[in-house]
Design a protein around this ligand. Structure first.
Ligand SMILES: [Zn+2]
Length: 89
């Protein structure tokens, strides 16, 4: 198996939070490197990159597994909705 280059590691660090499949696509698109999802997962854990798919809430800065369609975490999304309801009344 071909060694991972520093450039490839860098792509993993940048794309890790989008998941292994996204890393794989990015490696291919940016460097022309063909890696399997399994290889990506392996390398990521090796260099300490988390492939956990998550989002950062722009309102409270919390990291959540999945943001609401508004881009906010569940808590802030609820707050914003409650606030909007109050304004309509
Ligand atoms: Zn939030």
């Amino acid at each position: 198996m071909r060694r991972w280059t520093p450039e490839e590691d860098e792509v993993l660090r940048q794309c890790g939070r989008m998941g292994a499949a996204a890393c794989r696509r990015a490696l291919r698109a940016e460097l022309g490197a063909k890696r399997s999802v399994k290889a990506v997962q392996h390398r990521a854990s090796r260099i300490g990159v988390s492939l956990f798919e998550h989002a950062t809430c722009p309102m409270c800065g919390r990291t959540v597994r999945r943001a609401k369609p508004s881009g906010l975490c569940a808590r802030c999304d609820g707050l914003v909705r409650a606030e909007a309801r109050k304004r309509r009344m």
